[in-house]
Design a protein around this ligand. Structure first.
Ligand SMILES: [Fe+2]
Ligand SMILES: [Fe+2]
Length: 209
């Protein structure tokens, strides 16, 4: 973009600029993913990254198809946003030694990338629709669906945790001997408090609602 001239004059220019930004971004992500795969020791995370690498190849191909439909040459425009996100992820990876912590960090770094892509595809779909270029929308929507699905999977991994603390807690819970609780005589268990009238009333009210 020129410093003294305004290169983006209308919505079509804005759309083309966004498309070139995203084309650049997808290509940068394609270069970054092998490094993330290498660092991921969690099997599900690694498999997820591998799958997304092949999806990203398909997304680059789809963007080329969009350029073709628009009679434009596939061209990337340097995007400082994705450069920053990927740079931060790379720096983070270089600062972590512990495998478990690395997996947690990788999930967060990957989600930052997915969220960036989701907003960019979302904007492009809205602008293409407004510009009447509904022919390119299905290509953009197909990639958006993949980005969203990847984000959902990453969230699930983060919640089930790859997080070492949560995993440790889960393991120790599973390791507790079940027999002890069964052998405990019923009388030894603390008796349940009788429900007061005040507590019963709202319960009934909730049931009726
Ligand atoms: Fe992508
Ligand atoms: Fe992605």
């Amino acid at each position: 973009m020129g410093f003294f001239t305004k290169d983006i004059k209308d919505l079509n220019d804005l759309f083309m600029h966004g498309l070139q930004d995203l084309y650049y971004a997808e290509n940068q992500i394609l270069k970054a993913l092998p490094g993330m795969i290498e660092k991921a020791t969690n099997p599900q995370l690694r498999a997820g990254f591998e799958k997304h690498l092949s999806e990203t190849e398909g997304q680059v191909h789809r963007l080329r198809q969009v350029f073709e439909l628009l009679d434009a040459d596939p061209k990337g425009e340097k995007c400082p946003a994705i450069d920053g996100i990927l740079k931060e992820g790379k720096e983070l990876m270089s600062e972590i030694d512990d495998e478990d912590v690395m997996n947690v960090g990788l999930v967060a770094a990957a989600q930052a990338v997915e969220h960036y892509e989701i907003t960019r595809y979302g904007a492009l779909i809205a602008w293409a629709t407004e510009l009447g270029r509904t022919d390119v929308v299905p290509h953009l929507k197909a990639s958006l669906a993949e980005e969203k699905a990847t984000d959902v999977k990453l969230t699930a991994l983060a919640e089930r945790r790859i997080n070492p603390q949560a995993e440790k807690a889960e393991k120790s819970e599973r390791a507790k001997p079940k027999s002890t609780a069964r052998r405990k005589p019923k009388a030894a268990r603390p008796a349940a408090k009788p429900a007061s009238k005040k507590r019963t009333a709202p319960k009934k009210a909730r049931r009726r609602a």
